[in-house]
Design a binder for this molecule. Structure first.
Ligand SMILES: *[C@@H]1O[C@H](CO)[C@@H](O)[C@H](O)[C@H]1NC(C)=O
Ligand SMILES: *[C@@H]1O[C@H](CO)[C@@H](O)[C@H](O)[C@H]1NC(C)=O
Ligand SMILES: *[C@@H]1O[C@H](CO)[C@@H](O)[C@H](O)[C@H]1NC(C)=O
Ligand SMILES: *[C@@H]1O[C@H](CO)[C@@H](O)[C@H](O)[C@H]1NC(C)=O
Length: 545
């Protein structure tokens, strides 16, 4: 028998299989009604999944999550010819010709608390479900992670590397900690393994060993002792070496986490931290960190050096003031990072304005969590939809203002929002209940996924022209798949929305209080080609054989 005869069949099956398989393997949310709404429950035996269905010619694919209980509800709709003269007010015109920043990615933080909770699940099936949910192709496809250098407030004790011997300028006793080997590294590696894109890791130090600091303590108001500036730079170099030796390359590093926190006297600095003045930081970058990382003998010349890593308003200090007063630091700085807290009081436009005139420099959003502010009476608000809305608003504000990536805080916590050695407690998109052998995906998890899963690295944000009067928040991207992805946030009642792309349009009903991601082809050409090849094989099989 001639094998040649069968290859069209094989090709045909291979061509349509991904689409068929994608539809087959989605597993719906196992809903549980809880105090403030709904969560999706994952056990060793079951966990919901979501696969991206590439849109075919003439169709768009939409995914909806809503307060009412939908979670990535997938439907295929038909693209129609655009007709002028609208009966609906919500026409969003997608302008692929006007492009903004290139997206680097989305992710969360592998803190001690997150990785301790992950390991506490003990059953490998459960641990795998959590990793797959965040990093895998049937999950929300994180491609960035934030990794603290040493301990944070979400650790079980305050610590740093090379705590002993004291005043050891050569860092002769630098080793990673028990927490790295036991918790963080295994979780990072599991995510790297599950992900189909390279994971970009950003790191930051909360506090170095206390002998480097002016107050000999992990928390409180402190600065770096001047005589240890080069040691602090070497400390970071050694961290990069040790992580590289574990097979974990670091993509970017900030100078310190929340440097303002312990420099300002009226903030009660309970969290392990170290403060900086702009003078000290600029000298440190120019004379120590910059030359150490970018010097001829460095193996880490490519690691991005990031200023700020603090509240949104500090971008005017840790970038605008900084580069204006100390322009020499621009030689070393790749960008700045901002955190979510208290950003309600600060216009998001300062994010895009910060980098005007500095081509190639970026802003990254490196931290957010709900329930962290003193005004948040409820720390863990299980099932809350309004916290999902808070996340969507923050992502849209940041990405809508040219921010290239967005990272959440603790990837998971226990149902009390812990552990934390300073007795902090905050919310997390995934809550672990190790005792009952399950974990809960909160609405926040799906909120992030509406972006992280469908906006891969390399996507460009594009302009959306909106007719006045729409209450629908939106953001759109041109992806490397040559598709246009639109994320729509509706905080009001049902609405009809028309997405216009060239001479085509997608019309859809947007549910009340929902997040919708729509993916459509930028132009049918790719798929038309794909289908002509497909038709050729059928023709070949039926006629030519
Ligand atoms: C090196 O560090 C370890 C803790 O990681 C400590 O137990 C040990 O005493 C230190 N060695 C010296 C010589 O200080
Ligand atoms: C680094 O290398 C370049 C060229 O390879 C050389 O010109 C420069 O002098 C070197 N700098 C130092 C500090 O060694
Ligand atoms: C780990 O799980 C056990 C029950 O299996 C629980 O008692 C303990 O509090 C959990 N640890 C954390 C940090 O939540
Ligand atoms: C909103 O749309 C949903 C269908 O997606 C429908 O079930 C519901 O009745 C609508 N609500 C209103 C107030 O029209």
């Amino acid at each position: 028998m001639e094998l040649r005869k069968y290859w069209p069949i094989v090709l045909t099956v291979l061509t349509i299989w991904p689409a068929v398989a994608a539809d087959l393997i989605d597993r719906p949310c196992a809903v549980r009604q809880v105090k403030s709404g709904q969560v999706c429950v994952c056990t060793a035996e079951y966990c919901d999944t979501i696969t991206r269905k590439p849109p075919e010619s003439g169709t768009f694919v939409s995914y909806v999550s809503s307060e009412e209980g939908l979670r990535f509800h997938k439907t295929v709709g038909s693209v129609t010819k655009y007709t002028k003269g609208s009966i609906y007010k919500n026409v969003l015109e997608l302008d692929v010709g006007t492009q903004y920043q290139t997206v680097n990615g989305f992710g969360g933080a592998v803190t001690d608390a997150a990785s301790i909770n992950w390991k506490n699940l003990t059953d490998h099936r459960l641990m795998d479900h959590l990793i797959e949910s965040y990093c895998g192709d049937s999950g929300i496809q994180y491609n960035m992670l934030r990794v603290p250098i040493g301990g944070t407030d979400f650790s079980t004790h305050g610590y740093a590397y090379n705590e002993l011997p004291e005043n050891d300028v050569t860092l002769s006793n630098f080793t990673l900690a028990y927490e790295d080997y036991e918790y963080k590294i295994p979780m990072i590696k599991a995510c790297m393994k599950a992900a189909s894109a390279p994971i970009h890791i950003v790191s930051a130090t909360w506090s170095p060993p206390i002998w480097m600091k002016t107050n000999d303590a992990y928390s409180g108001h402190s600065k770096l002792r001047k005589e240890y500036r080069q040691t602090y730079a070497d400390y970071h170099y050694k961290f990069l070496e040790h992580y590289a030796a574990e097979g974990i390359p670091v993509w970017g590093m900030s100078i310190s986490n929340e440097p303002l926190h312990s420099s300002v006297n009226y903030i009660p600095a309970k969290i392990n931290n170290m403060g900086w003045t702009l003078d000290d930081m600029s000298e440190y970058i120019m004379k120590n960190l910059g030359p150490t990382l970018r010097g001829n003998h460095s193996n880490f010349k490519h690691v991005k050096i990031i200023a700020g890593d603090d509240l949104r308003f500090t971008i005017t200090l840790f970038w605008n003031t900084f580069v204006a007063v100390y322009p020499e630091t621009l030689e070393y700085l790749d960008g700045a990072a901002v955190h979510y807290y208290m950003s309600a009081y600060v216009p998001a436009a300062i994010l895009s304005q910060a980098m005007e005139g500095y081509p190639g420099k970026f802003v990254l959003a490196t931290e957010i969590c709900a329930g962290a502010l003193p005004s948040d009476a409820v720390k863990v608000d299980i099932g809350s939809w309004s916290r999902a809305q808070l996340y969507v608003n923050d992502i849209m504000q940041n990405l809508g203002n040219d921010v290239i990536g967005w990272l959440d805080w603790n990837m998971c916590l226990n149902t009390e929002g812990k552990p934390s050695y300073i007795d902090s407690s905050v919310d997390s998109p995934i809550l672990v209940n190790a005792e009952d052998g399950e974990f809960y995906k909160q609405p926040m998890f799906y909120a992030i996924g509406h972006f992280s899963k469908f906006v891969p690295r390399g996507s460009r944000r594009i302009k959306v022209n909106v007719d006045c009067g729409t209450k629908i928040q939106n953001i759109a991207f041109l992806t490397p798949h040559n598709t246009v992805v639109v994320v729509i946030h509706n905080e009001g009642p049902n609405e009809t929305v028309r997405l216009r792309l060239g001479d085509e349009e997608a019309q859809l009903l947007i549910n009340a209080n929902s997040i919708t991601t729509v993916e459509m082809l930028n132009n049918g050409q790719q798929v038309k080609l794909f289908f002509s090849v497909f038709l050729y094989y059928i023709f070949y099989f039926l006629v030519l054989m």
